[in-house]
Design a protein around this ligand. Structure first.
Ligand code: GDP
Length: 447
């Protein structure tokens, strides 16, 4: 894993802050030094490291920690936020019809990534196809075909043709029915003019919606100049970092992201088609720093912030009452209920609510059985951010797509949407209640 030892070394340094009531400049220096050491070891570009260090120092010294937060927690939170900022957002990959071209050097993991991405899109209910245009490497066709078979996705290639542009053209024609076309290209040991010229010609033929640069995590600093060359030739929209299972590096990829002004799209961490995940900055950094610890910490700081009312972006029961009850909120509530027992019993515990309100709801409104909850979880995995935030956009065609992706019947998806609507309605009914009641109830629900 990238920056493998950052979590443990940083924890050691931060532990020195335990029991201190104020953070001195010296304390911060120590923390920053530790981070610098880890980042540089992981091949992160010096200028990026310097920028990050500066931000951490000035924030830790200038900003006031919220009351009730220990200096240690506060500093760790700043470090976490700045690291999330350093790795950047995730590349936007909409779940819609599109053509994606993969570029990268030989052995970076393009062919494997093409199959992994195709598999990923298929789990989202889209129909992907791989077009293999690598005519240089003997065995590329067989390898790509075999991986496409394993991913159970459509494949086009032509082992007897040696013009990649022609294969690309014919591949586009042959995969008309697919929603997402992933075009794999040839790589060489190093970037040379011939490769650049070839990829430019394929790009012109394919006219992709996005170009992703595939980089081996162990690549190191040369990733930067490589990225610059690909950027100049075809433009890079996002980076895929592969082989994260086998290296403690990966920082070079960050330099490539910076160089191309792009973002990270996917992470690869193994040789099978399922060893892929969408890059998600906060989860990535949490893992880097040791998730369990960090989760507790973030919760502690968040609680302190809630108490002092500082973090306005946090989940707020009031938002739900203003009609912003999303599917994500619903998932949170389902988890809470799962830990707590049926919601109607909880309602009964709240003075003034009890039976009256529950009687107005359909009998099954609160009937979230374990099995349905598991199905709902799987279904939500196949939904986009937009759909989770605003389930009203899910019409028939999206329902069909989600059903394909999750492998659940359309009926189940409609049930989920229905359940969401009912819970939303119920929450709206609380609007008449006093603020105090509301807060008490929400606290009770969240415990
Ligand atoms: P290409 O030349 O860019 O198409 O690279 P390939 O897809 O053929 O990958 C080169 C080698 O790296 C193959 O042996 C793959 O199995 C391996 N590989 C690709 N991605 C990963 C990964 O995420 N983890 C590991 N451990 N190996 C990978």
């Amino acid at each position: 894993m990238v920056l493998d030892d950052l979590g443990s070394s940083l924890r050691g340094t931060l532990d020195d802050l335990r029991g201190k009531s104020r953070i001195s400049e010296e304390d911060i220096e120590d923390v920053v030094k530790e981070i610098q050491r880890s980042l540089l070891q992981a091949d992160v570009d010096v200028s990026l490291v310097q920028e990050l260090s500066q931000n951490i120092k000035s924030r830790a010294l200038d900003e006031e920690p919220p009351a009730g937060t220990t200096p240690r927690d506060w500093v760790l939170r700043i470090v976490y936020e700045e690291l999330v900022d350093l790795v950047g957002e995730s590349t936007d990959i909409p779940l819609e019809e599109q053509t994606i071209m993969l570029a990268g050097l030989y052995g970076s993991g393009k062919t494997t990534t093409a199959a992994k991405m195709a598999w990923w899109f298929s789990t989202k209910g889209l129909r992907p196809a791989i077009i293999q245009t690598d005519t240089d490497r003997p065995g590329a066709y067989d390898q790509a075909k075999e991986m496409a078979d394993r991913a159970e996705v459509e494949f086009y290639g032509d082992p007897d043709e040696d013009d990649p542009v022609k294969i690309a053209r014919e591949g586009l024609g042959a995969t008309q029915d697919a929603d997402v076309r992933i075009v794999d290209t040839a790589g060489r040991d190093g970037l040379n003019e011939e490769l650049i010229e070839q990829i430019e010609r394929i790009e012109a033929e394919v006219n992709p919606d996005r170009n992703l640069l595939v980089l081996d995590a162990a690549m190191g600093q040369s990733a930067k100049s490589q990225a610059a060359d690909f950027q100049e030739a075809i433009g890079i929209d996002g980076v895929v970092i592969t082989k994260l299972d086998g290296t403690a590096k990966g920082g070079g990829a960050l330099a490539a992201v910076d160089e191309t002004d792009s973002t990270i799209a996917f992470l690869g961490s193994g040789e099978t088609v399922k060893d892929i995940e969408r890059f998600e900055p906060s989860g990535f950094i949490s893992r880097l720093l040791g998730m369990g610890d960090l989760k507790q910490l973030t919760e502690r700081v968040e609680r302190a912030m809630e108490e002092t009312g500082e973090d306005e972006e946090d989940w707020d029961p009031e938002d739900m009452l203003e009609g912003q009850f999303t599917l994500k909120d619903m998932r949170k509530q389902m988890e809470t209920m799962n830990n707590m027992g049926p919601l109607d019993q909880v309602m009964d515990m709240i003075p003034g609510l009890g039976g009256g309100l529950m009687d107005q709801l359909p009998d099954n409104a609160m009937d979230v059985t374990q099995e349905r909850m598991r199905d709902f979880e799987v279904i939500m995995e196949s939904m986009t951010e937009e759909e989770l935030e605003n389930p009203r956009v899910v019409g028939q065609s999206r329902t069909e797509r989600i059903a394909r992706g999750s492998g659940k019947p359309e009926e189940r998806i409609r049930e989920l949407l229905q359940q969401h609507k009912q819970m939303e309605q119920m929450l709206k009914q609380f609007q008449g209640m006093g603020d105090g009641d509301m807060e008490r109830m929400m606290k009770q629900m969240q415990q």
